[in-house]
Design a protein around this ligand. Structure first.
Ligand SMILES: Nc1nc2c([nH]c(=O)n2[C@H]2C[C@H](O)[C@@H](COP(=O)(O)OP(=O)(O)OP(=O)(O)O)O2)c(=O)[nH]1
Length: 138
């Protein structure tokens, strides 16, 4: 619970970073809150799972890749109308397979150096993640 007495939804988000320092965004599929918005891949951490296990499961389901390792970047909270979320954000440089949108979602590789992603709109809580990513790499 938080000050507003709302239950906290715990989410693991994984920023895939390739060798050219590009990161991956995916578009949320129909049927989910904020469908059509772009986000860093990930999803809710299930009971009994670690954040890393949740990342491995979600990125296999969403992108068909096997995450080998991850580095913790930051933890962020965001109060949405539909949920109060706590996002554990990791950087992933080591994965097996080529990401594909297994839920029919569009994907976009983005340059860290750009002021803003080439796609929009982004989920509100994705912005501070990207800011943190930039700071950690420069
Ligand atoms: N994956 C992801 N989720 C984000 C980001 N920013 C942000 O606010 N969120 C929020 C949106 C959702 O409320 C929550 C993630 O839940 P989700 O609906 O994607 O999770 P899920 O895949 O487990 O969903 P489901 O099983 O309930 O369908 O975190 C982000 O960049 N990536």
């Amino acid at each position: 619970m938080n000050e507003a007495n709302r239950p906290v939804t715990v989410v693991a988000a994984g920023i895939l970073l390739d060798s050219e320092n590009r990161y991956l965004l995916g578009q949320r599929p129909e049927g989910k809150p904020y469908a059509g918005y772009w986000e860093v891949p990930g999803g809710k951490v299930e009971k009994g799972e670690t954040v890393f296990q949740a990342l491995q499961r979600e990125l296999q389901e969403e992108l068909g890749i096997d995450v080998q390792s991850s580095e913790e970047l930051t933890v962020l909270e965001h109060d949405y109308p539909h949920a109060y979320v706590r996002l554990y954000v990791s950087i992933i440089r080591d994965w097996k397979g080529a990401p594909i949108g297994r839920e029919g979602q569009a994907l976009s590789w983005e340059s860290i150096g750009a002021d803003a992603p080439s796609v929009s709109p982004l989920l509100p809580a994705a912005w501070p993640m990207l800011e943190c990513l930039r700071r950690s790499l420069t």
